[in-house]
Design a protein around this ligand. Structure first.
Ligand SMILES: *Cc1c(COP(=O)(O)O)cnc(C)c1O
Length: 424
């Protein structure tokens, strides 16, 4: 099936006489005929047991997302942050390290630099545009994975997935890619060599700003039996001697994430959240096409406006990431644009305050056009140095172009830019 068809048809496959729409299975428990059957489930979890780590409604959504991303399995989480955290904890222990691009989402940066450090895991940040040799020098013997974002929030740098896959694999570790902004409609990182994909489904996948969530997708591509990941290939004593690669085969990573981490943490979405996420996914392919078209039009308008210093949108031919964008996202670069209003922080805030239709909100990838000021909001906790490394200026505004008519969006932006210019 092609992506548009998968969005509508994949995951839930009703049998004769069953509901046409994926039902909300609002139950924590599942009943069985014999005690022995339940015991067997602990040997091989091939049915639902308890909704702390799996549920029939969420399961359908997981299958759909795995299908869209060309993965062998997926696990939903209660937030995007939880997906990033679990993707790391699944293969990193205290005393280990990971390598991450420095241009990643501010929340992830904080999680990696501050909170993981408290757990004894060191994150080594690298400039994602550096050459392979320079990045290779960042590896330590205890490095267990490499992490980057397809299209970074909010720097809008494009991650060279093939380059990082080569570097990671040469060091015997997997590449994890946060594909939130691109979505599998615009880019499938696993096709370019990524091993694991994570998402904040709160953004385009849900699409309507009604609920938070995340997902981890296992590409099934990585060979865990290389001496670096004993927890995947040796018996797990916390799970009666279960060997993940033996029981789950190519889906060992996601199997372990569910049966060990999700079992212990329980940060699993409710059935109702799974239902809402599926509604968003059903129209994802159609929406992404329109987001790309609208954003390109708005980016072109802004790049010719005298009150704007710079516009960052990799879909623009003059953008420094345009060549990489053509390779990894040939059909468009999502709806997110970064812009620097001339004059820095103050005019940027005036511009935002003068908007009449576009919403000021702590969100992105909403169906509604919205703006946010990273330096004073999502990235407020970062030092000036970290801000620069994350590709953020004090005057940068993140504009998430929605699905309104572009004439209305541009009219609102135009009057707000006028107001900002007059105030100067
Ligand atoms: C929002 C976001 C996250 C975090 O997701 P939440 O659902 O807010 O926890 C992670 N990565 C990217 C790229 C994001 O935009």
């Amino acid at each position: 099936m092609k992506d548009e068809t998968k969005c509508v048809r994949s995951g839930y496959r009703p049998k004769n006489g069953e509901p046409g729409v994926m039902p909300i299975v609002q139950s924590t428990t599942y009943v069985f005929d014999t005690a022995e059957e339940i015991g067997e489930l602990f040997n091989f979890p091939n049915a639902h047991m308890y909704s702390r780590f799996s549920n029939p409604t969420v399961d359908c959504v997981e299958k759909k997302i795995a299908d869209l991303e060309h993965g062998v399995g997926a696990m939903c989480t209660s937030s995007g942050q939880m997906a990033s955290l679990m993707s790391v904890l699944n293969i990193c222990n205290s005393g280990d390290s990971l390598i991450s691009a420095s241009t990643i989402y501010g929340g992830t940066l904080n999680l990696f630099a501050v909170t993981l450090k408290k757990l004894g895991i060191e994150c080594i940040f690298v400039d994602q545009d550096a050459d392979e040799e320079t990045i290779g020098r960042a590896f330590k013997p205890n490095t267990k994975l490499v992490f980057g974002e397809t299209l970074a929030n909010p720097a809008l740098s494009v991650f060279d997935i093939e380059k990082f896959a080569r570097i990671a694999h040469a060091h015997g570790v997997p590449l994890i890619v946060d594909n939130t902004f691109a979505t599998p409609i615009l880019c499938k990182p696993i096709d370019f060599g990524a091993d694991i994909v994570v998402h904040s489904t709160t953004k385009y996948m849900d699409g309507h700003a009604v609920q938070g969530g995340g997902v981890i997708v296992d590409g099934g591509t990585f060979n865990w039996d290389n001496g670096k990941f004993p927890e995947l290939v040796e018996p797990d004593e916390s799970y009666h001697g279960f060997v993940y690669t033996e029981k789950f085969g190519r889906a060992a990573y996601i199997g372990k994430a569910r049966m060990q981490l999700m079992r212990d943490f329980g940060a699993y979405p409710s059935a109702h959240s799974g239902f809402l996420l599926n509604l968003g996914l059903e129209t994802l392919a159609v929406r992404m096409e329109r987001y790309c078209k609208n954003a390109l039009k708005v980016a072109e308008y802004l790049s010719n406006h005298e009150a704007i210093e710079t516009v960052r949108y990799p879909g623009l031919p003059g953008d420094r990431y345009h060549a990489l964008a053509r390779k990894y996202m040939p059909d468009g670069c999502s709806g997110v644009i970064s812009l620097d209003v001339k004059g820095g922080r103050e005019p940027a805030e005036k511009f935002m305050d003068a908007l009449k239709m576009c919403s000021r909100e702590v969100h992105v990838a909403d169906i509604r056009t919205c703006v946010l000021h990273p330096a004073s909001m999502t990235h407020r906790q970062l030092t000036d140095e970290q801000l620069v490394a994350a590709g953020i200026n004090a005057g940068m505004v993140r504009l998430s172009v929605g699905l309104e008519n572009t004439d209305d969006i541009i009219e609102d932006l135009a009057q707000a830019l006028d107001a900002a210019e007059k105030a100067e």
